[in-house]
Ligand binder design. Structure first.
Ligand SMILES: Nc1ncnc2c1ncn2[C@@H]1O[C@H](COP(=O)(O)OP(=O)(O)OP(=O)(O)O)[C@@H](O)[C@H]1O
Length: 579
């Protein structure tokens, strides 16, 4: 259960057990040191209290030497505990983070529609850190201290069960108190995490939208929202700390009343002659010392509750279903068939009963008014989302049966929003085919009309292009993504607004390069400017998520329907000028 709760690998779980054992060992070494001190005290005061001859200095010397040996040993024991605990914690949390990243990669896009970026970031960074922290600072010490306290309790009970009972009597009461207040701690822990998420959200939004904030002078308004979120977080932090602090302090007070009970019980037993004075002193000294690991346990139990909030969130993320499918399917024909496909992002259907045949070796254009569902269709073809009803087949196989990664090997994309990484131009193009040689990469860049502007960059292909290609123009970014697609040379090509941000000269050249690329391939192109798709083999015209009409440009123009209407509007708008 602990292994599952902490998301530990078998190796990590073994490491945790070793860390607990190391912690018990450390506790015992501390108790042993304490035992030596007690024995020395015993030896020193025995002649005075019990009138039992002289002080045995030789024995004291032996204890003293034993103390020195123990101190050296303790150094090794501490080091061992440190290594076992921290190495294990950090290597496990690295694995957990990578695991999550891998898991997230396999989730459908619907997950990202529901969750925002800051929530996922908090999951990957903060929740993992919390688990890492629990593994390094909480769990081994907590379990180790409970085990040591139990063992010491047994040892003391063998020595004198009445005094041992007095030492430990407050423990069950304290444990019960902690148990009863657990829910409150978790509730406020969750509120605290939510407030933190809101702050992180606001910071993201503020920084992401800084251009709009500046352009529309939203500084005051947006800053106020950020300020409110920060203020709320501060309030929640104070409440949370206040509540956990009060609970832990109360528990510690409960526990330490044990010292009074030990004194009271011991005095009574001493007066009735049931225990010798040495035992009396010994138990009082022990009761002062014995509570320190238990106080640590109590303090740690508060972080444990907060940690439970992190694990619950992590569990929710882990339980998100990955998109599955077979990787051993080999597709040989790249015809898509959409059979009565319906799809909804949320409650409302955005694609309804859509059927079409997209043939290999042909260019199929998706056109229609804004919001009619063109991009959604292309996302469904790539299985970024699974259809709600109906089915899409590729070469006769339902794409739901094909593992997304496998499906991706058949496709190249050029999307509206190009994602570039903070890496060299060379590596950004190489994403299309990680096995490509430098010559192939340069060739792809040339065909995508990137070569000239890349060569003008300070370090050519080795120039790092900044986060999401921040240092490039929109057209340049898009051309890099076309170079990637050319390099990938996949049998299916999805072009979404492929030429929208290119200047007229480049557009012509890109069109030529694309015509080269798309030969014999299944091409699905979304283009708002209808003149770019007049030569398409098939045009699918969408309206409100439904297939309104389909055919070639000539056929659709003859038909005098929505396509002709859109075409004419665009012809008129192409003549539009300022003033
Ligand atoms: N991630 C999403 N979550 C929820 N609704 C979405 C999402 N993406 C698109 N939609 C909605 O689905 C409908 C179809 O959108 P889609 O982007 O497919 O249209 P489109 O024809 O490509 O539009 P445009 O030409 O303006 O890019 C729209 O009503 C849109 O608001």
């Amino acid at each position: 259960m602990l292994q599952k709760l902490l998301f530990l690998s078998d190796e990590g779980y073994k490491g945790l057990k070793k860390a607990i054992a190391a912690c018990v060992l450390t506790n015992f070494s501390i108790m042993a040191a304490f035992g030596i001190v007690i024995n020395i005290i015993n030896e020193v005061i025995r002649p005075f209290v019990l009138d039992e001859g002289n002080m045995n200095t030789q024995k004291i010397l032996v204890y003293f030497l034993a103390g020195i040996v123990l101190a050296v040993l303790q150094g090794f024991i501490y080091m061992n505990e440190y290594n076992k605990t921290y190495f294990n914690a950090y290597s496990e949390s690295e694995d957990t983070r990578l695991d999550i990243a891998e898991h997230i990669r396999k989730l459908p896009l619907s997950f990202f529609n529901r969750k925002n970026l800051s929530e996922i970031t908090v999951n990957m960074m903060e929740d993992c850190t919390r688990i890492e922290n629990a593994l390094s600072h909480v769990i081994p010490q907590l379990i180790g201290n409970v085990i040591s306290a139990t063992l010491v309790c047994i040892m003391l009970a063998v020595y004198d069960w009445r005094m041992a009972a007095a030492v430990y009597i407050t423990l069950p009461v304290t444990a019960l108190f902690i148990f009863l207040t657990k829910k409150i701690q978790i509730r406020y822990g969750e509120r605290h995490v939510k407030a933190k998420l809101r702050v992180s959200d606001q910071v993201h939004e503020y920084i992401d939208g800084i251009k709009v904030v500046k352009a529309f002078n939203l500084g005051g308004e947006k800053f106020a929202a950020l300020d409110r979120a920060m203020h709320n977080f501060m309030k929640e932090s104070i409440i949370f700390e206040g509540i956990t602090g009060t609970i832990v302090t109360t528990a510690v007070v409960f526990l330490q009343t044990g010292i009074g009970i030990v004194v009271f019980t011991g005095t009574n037993l001493l007066l009735s002659g049931s225990i010798p004075i040495i035992s009396y002193i010994l138990f009082i000294l022990i009761s002062v010392k014995i509570y320190s690991p238990l106080v640590t346990v109590l303090t740690l139990s508060a972080s444990l509750n907060y940690f439970m909030v992190a694990t619950k969130r992590m569990q929710t993320l882990r339980n998100e279903k990955e998109m599955l499918g077979r990787s051993d399917i080999n597709i040989e024909n790249f015809d898509f068939k959409l059979e009565n496909v319906s799809f909804a992002y949320n409650a409302d259907e955005v694609i309804s009963d859509f059927s079409a045949h997209i043939k290999q070796g042909e260019v199929t254009a998706l056109v229609g008014p804004s919001g009619s569902g063109k991009s959604t269709i292309s996302h469904l073809l790539a299985r970024f989302w699974d259809v709600s009803r109906g089915r899409i087949t590729l070469g006769g196989t339902d794409i739901k049966e094909i593992e997304p990664e496998k499906l991706m090997t058949y496709m190249s994309f050029v999307f509206q929003d190009v994602v570039l990484f903070n890496d060299s131009v060379y590596n950004n193009i190489k994403i299309g085919n990680i096995n490509a040689s430098k010559e192939e990469i340069i060739e792809a860049a040339k065909r995508a009309r990137c070569h000239e502007f890349i060569m003008e960059m300070p370090e050519g292909y080795d120039t790092v292009i900044g986060e999401n290609g921040g240092t490039l123009s929109g057209g340049e970014r898009q051309r890099i993504s076309i170079a990637r697609a050319i390099l990938k040379n996949a049998p299916v090509i999805l072009l979404d607004e492929a030429t929208s941000s290119l200047d007229p000269e480049n557009e012509v050249e890109i069109q030529t390069a694309l015509s080269e690329l798309v030969k014999e391939k299944t091409v699905v192109v979304i283009a708002h400017r209808l003149r770019t798709v007049v030569n398409a083999d098939q045009i699918l015209v969408l309206k409100d998520g439904k297939l309104e009409e389909s055919g070639t440009h000539e056929k659709l123009m003859e038909k005098n329907g929505l396509y002709r209407q859109l075409y004419q509007i665009q012809q008129e708008s192409s003549e539009w000028k300022f003033r």
